[in-house]
Design a protein around this ligand. Structure first.
Ligand code: PLP
Length: 231
């Protein structure tokens, strides 16, 4: 099933859209199955769980005496990240998609400086009425980018957004359209960022075909690939 779904998604998605397999709450074996089916990018939303999976892979490599097994796997982080958990996440991920506050952004920059690393990030705006607690206010997000040069250990790659959790397609469309408009206006206002600020991470299992219509470059798909999650 995992393999069939991955193949179906890959054939369906335009070549410009990357498939990110959201493996949270699923065991490492499910990730391995997806990897063997050709999937390379996986996303987790909890630091502890990410770390456990990274370590499980290390164990498997040691057990099999194959240090390079699955060596081209790529991890993304997509959950709320507390600044005291950075060291559990930043050494292992190629992209933090869920930078949702100035406080977090500054902490990541500092961590990058201390660890001689540049961290690629997406900024997460809140555009729906549901997400008032997390995410940048769109105006605040524009302000942050006006000082982008000051973050020497951050590479701003784009935006991650979520539509309202609803069956009402019109609402989902209006959310995606606002997220896309925000990304477009950033590119317009800050042309210096343009070459790097290319990612628009929108679309999940239930709404990815719509997200693709609104310019998604990265869809984050969990339950459709791995089945329902047991929280
Ligand atoms: C869990 C999660 C997903 C995947 O959701 P599905 O509906 O299972 O595809 C995508 N993005 C974020 C930020 C998530 O937390």
């Amino acid at each position: 099933m995992i393999k069939e779904t991955i193949n179906k998604l890959k054939s369906e998605l335009p070549a410009t859209v990357k498939l990110v397999a959201v493996s949270k709450f699923h065991p490492f074996e499910a990730i391995e199955e997806a990897y063997l089916a050709g999937q390379r990018i996986f996303a987790e939303s909890r630091p502890q769980e990410l770390l456990a999976k990274v370590r499980r892979l290390d164990e498997i490599r040691a057990e099999r005496g194959e240090p390079d097994y699955m060596s081209d796997i790529e991890w993304h982080f997509i959950g709320h990240l507390q600044t005291n958990k950075l060291k559990m996440v930043l050494p292992y991920v190629s992209l933090v998609q869920s930078v949702d506050s100035l406080h977090l952004l500054e902490a990541i920059d500092k961590w990058g400086e201390a660890n001689a690393k540049v961290i690629e990030v997406l900024l997460e705006p809140h555009v729906t009425s549901e997400q008032t607690k997390q995410g940048f206010d769109p105006d605040e997000l524009m302000n942050v980018l006006s000082t982008a040069d000051g973050y020497e250990h951050i590479r701003f790659r784009g935006i991650m957004g979520m539509a309202t959790f609803t069956d009402d397609e019109a609402v989902v469309r209006s959310d995606f359209s606002r997220i896309k408009a925000l990304a477009d206006s950033i590119r317009e206002v800050y042309p210096g960022l343009v070459s790097d600020f290319t990612e628009l991470s929108i679309g999940m299992s239930d709404d990815y075909p719509i997200a693709v219509e609104y310019g998604s470059t990265m869809v984050r798909i969990g339950s459709m690939i791995f089945g329902e999650r047991n929280y």
